[in-house]
Design a protein around this ligand. Structure first.
Ligand SMILES: [Zn+2]
Ligand SMILES: [Zn+2]
Length: 71
């Protein structure tokens, strides 16, 4: 399997390292956006250690769409 974003954006075939949880597209390291499942924006000294935050891998498109929704 090859990275969907590399293929659609650049026409190149890059081996897949992860999969977008939202749309299921295969992603290379450059296009995989790993985000914590529960987003707590920590400002300041950053002393708040989160217990285990689940990880979500999103493609660039889904990552943009989600951050757009949240803001
Ligand atoms: Zn890629
Ligand atoms: Zn996606």
């Amino acid at each position: 399997m090859h990275c969907y974003d590399c293929h659609s954006l650049e026409g190149t075939a890059t081996p897949v390292l992860a999969t977008c949880v939202h749309c299921g597209a295969g992603l290379c390291a450059a296009h995989a956006n790993a985000t914590p499942h529960s987003v707590h924006r920590v400002t300041g000294t950053g002393t708040a250690l989160q217990p285990t935050a689940a990880r979500r891998i999103l493609c660039t498109t889904c990552h943009k769409a989600q951050s757009h929704q949240l803001s």
